[in-house]
Design a protein around this ligand. Structure first.
Ligand SMILES: Cc1cc2nc3c(=O)[nH]c(=O)nc-3n(C[C@H](O)[C@H](O)[C@H](O)COP(=O)(O)OP(=O)(O)OC[C@H]3O[C@@H](n4cnc5c(N)ncnc54)[C@H](O)[C@@H]3O)c2cc1C
Length: 219
């Protein structure tokens, strides 16, 4: 059951792996709610990356991210191509869509042309090479496109929530009636509504609003 105040579409289809520090477990959000704070939009969204659907450690957070969905044919375990939109620059839209597929996983199916593409400083083939779940497409339980060379089973790792405490432009935490919670300011991952429906920068949300919160608290 989603907790009180969370939309029915949360949680996703299966438990997501954590791609972040293990100590941030919602204490800031709970503390704000206990003081009467309102929730932002986007409580059913998260920022994360599609990772190989296998165990990973901290050292794999960046190196094993499978950030090439834009070049792949993408199937769920029923063989359905469930993502028809253009994949965004951060691929966060795709990570969230995968989270909502059966068992929260998908297959990225690649041909030679896709494998030769580059994303930042790596080729797609180099990203596939570090994925323990790379497989022969012929082994998939559904028909694959002609020319398919490799398939990688992925599942999202969650880095931080996109929903959170509602704040104003001065980082005051707000109540449901839009009034400020006296003396309470928030920034970073505890705050929601900054990149609802997309992804901006988690560091910017922390640094920009952290500074504003400090200034506001002194005003
Ligand atoms: C692998 C990885 C790559 C990333 N890459 C980028 C990137 O390229 N660009 C970008 O913009 N963002 C990136 N991010 C996201 C960015 O790091 C976070 O959005 C940002 O650090 C959030 O800042 P924060 O201060 O809100 O939280 P955090 O940096 O998580 O800091 C919260 C701190 O509070 C502590 N804490 C938690 N609970 C308690 C408690 N009850 N009492 C006391 N202390 C507590 C935690 O231990 C932690 O030290 C990345 C994140 C990861 C994991």
């Amino acid at each position: 059951m989603p907790a009180r105040g969370w939309p029915a579409s949360w949680p996703p289809a299966a438990r997501l792996r954590l791609r972040a520090n293990p100590w941030s477990a919602g204490d800031g959000l709970r503390a704000g709610l206990a003081r009467g704070a309102a929730l932002s939009a986007g409580m059913d969204e998260f920022y994360g990356r599609n990772m190989p659907d296998a165990d990973f450690g901290e050292e794999d957070f960046v190196s094993r991210a499978q950030l090439y969905g834009r070049f792949a044919r993408i199937f769920n375990e029923r063989g359905e191509e469930f993502f028809s939109d253009e994949v965004s620059w951060s691929e966060n839209d795709l990570a969230q869509a995968v989270a909502r597929q059966p068992n929260a996983h998908a297959w990225f199916v690649l041909d030679d042309r896709a494998l030769a593409e580059r994303v930042r400083d790596r080729t797609v083939a180099e990203m596939v090479a570090v994925a323990p779940t790379a497989a022969d497409p012929a082994e998939l339980p559904f028909p694959v496109p002609p020319g398919a060379r490799v398939a990688v089973r992925v599942s999202p790792g969650i880095t931080h929530t996109i929903g959170g405490l509602r704040i104003d432009e001065r980082a005051h935490v707000l109540r449901e009636d839009a009034g400020p919670v006296e003396g309470l300011y928030a920034a970073g991952a505890d705050v929601g509504g900054i990149s609802t429906g997309g992804y901006a920068s988690g560091l910017a949300a922390a640094l920009v609003f952290g500074r504003i919160a400090a200034e506001s608290s002194q005003a």
